[in-house]
Design a binder for this molecule. Structure first.
Ligand SMILES: [Zn+2]
Ligand SMILES: [Zn+2]
Length: 364
């Protein structure tokens, strides 16, 4: 099976995070047909293993995510989604196909040093993400992982461009939910109530000042079911917080709680702060990034990318292993990811296969 055939099959049969049952079975079948050893990981993930030469304990992990999104496809492609309301709109079908192609090639040569793992990871789009589930199973125990490698399609880059960023590349992502509770009442009898709406407004104004060049914090939803003359018992709000710095991230969790407590003291309210910890920052190893930059410059075009405030569960791997996460140009005509019209240029797949398999010989 060619990587493009592999990609089109997965594209036609997309599955949402953590229910990639048919996708995983398909991947297992395709690997078995190539004589590549594999096993399940994190439920609906597949972990392939190919042993090269030399020290087998030295390992490189190549990772692709395999889940799709709850979007109804509108590309009109002949291999468009047959699963109503589900679509590979983030290019994870392309990532899986590139990984498959790289494994196919490495399995035929087997002349690289050490062991290569091919990790088809489930549930990237769904907090807390499949990466943390994979790591909880400790599948690389006993191996010295010298590089964890992943890529992502990028429709801001043309086919043939590889986007790289050394150091902190993608932000951490935490979900904020605040429940401001108090004694509601008649809006005209303020001495008999705790104004949960005014307290919430104060919290928003104060935590907004935490925004900086290294951190974004936004409240995107505020719900107070009162009326012109009714202050409700509860004002609810939710938002997102993203940063490139783990210690700043932890300080800000604390600052939000402190702010809520200060406002509560003023208004007599009780605020419950629920912070759902999402993906950590994606941090690229500078040495691995330099190797990738040199390789990309040889036959493709290496593009320096700025930091991104989007998040990716690949961040969990970057905490544990020297890591490289790069972006693969799929052409501006592909349109925006996470939209019903997203259609990456398939010429990027062969380029992705060449680049990923070549990296295995260079990274050390
Ligand atoms: Zn996505
Ligand atoms: Zn994605």
């Amino acid at each position: 099976m060619t990587p493009i055939e592999f990609r089109r099959h997965i594209h036609r049969h997309p599955e949402l995070s953590f229910v990639e049952f048919e996708t995983a079975a398909f991947i297992e079948g395709a690997l078995a047909a190539e004589g590549i050893e594999c096993r399940r990981v994190a439920g609906t993930g597949v972990l392939a293993k190919i042993t090269g030469c030399g020290d087998a304990a030295r390992a490189i992990v190549l990772r692709a995510d395999i889940d799709a999104l709850p979007i109804t496809e509108a590309t009109g492609l002949e291999y468009a989604s047959e699963n109503e309301g589900v679509m590979h709109a983030c290019g994870h079908d392309v990532h899986a196909a590139i990984l498959f192609g790289a494994l196919q090639r490495l399995n035929l040569s087997r002349d690289f040093e050490g062991t290569v793992f091919g990790l088809f990871q489930p549930g990237e789009e769904c907090n807390p993400g499949g990466a943390s589930k994979v790591l909880a199973e400790n599948p690389f125990e006993g191996y010295d992982v010298v590089a964890m490698v992943g890529n992502h399609t990028d429709s801001g880059l043309e086919v043939g461009q590889i986007g790289l960023c050394s150091g902190a590349f993608m932000a951490s992502n935490d979900e904020l939910r605040l429940y401001v509770r108090g004694r509601g009442g008649h809006g005209a009898m303020r001495d008999k109530l705790n104004d949960t709406v005014a307290a919430a407004a104060n919290i928003i104004a104060k935590i907004n000042t935490l925004n900086s060049n290294d951190l974004v914090l936004s409240i995107g939803k505020v719900q107070a079911e009162g009326a012109t003359n009714i202050i409700p018992d509860l004002t609810y709000m939710e938002g997102t917080m993203r940063t490139f710095d783990q210690s700043l991230r932890e300080q800000t969790w604390e600052a939000i709680r402190t702010t809520a407590a200060e406002v509560d003291a003023l208004f007599g309210t009780t605020t419950e702060v629920d912070i759902n910890h999402g993906y950590p920052c994606v941090v690229n190893d500078s040495r691995l990034t330099e190797i990738a930059r040199t390789l990309a410059s040889e036959s493709l075009e290496a593009v320096e990318l700025p930091k991104r405030y989007t998040a990716e569960d690949f961040g969990f791997y970057t905490i544990q292993y020297p890591s490289l996460f790069y972006r693969l140009g799929v052409g501006r005509a592909a349109g925006g990811s996470h939209t019903s019209a997203f259609a990456p240029d398939e010429r990027a797949i062969a380029i992705g296969v060449d680049f990923m398999s070549a990296l295995v010989y260079k990274l050390r």
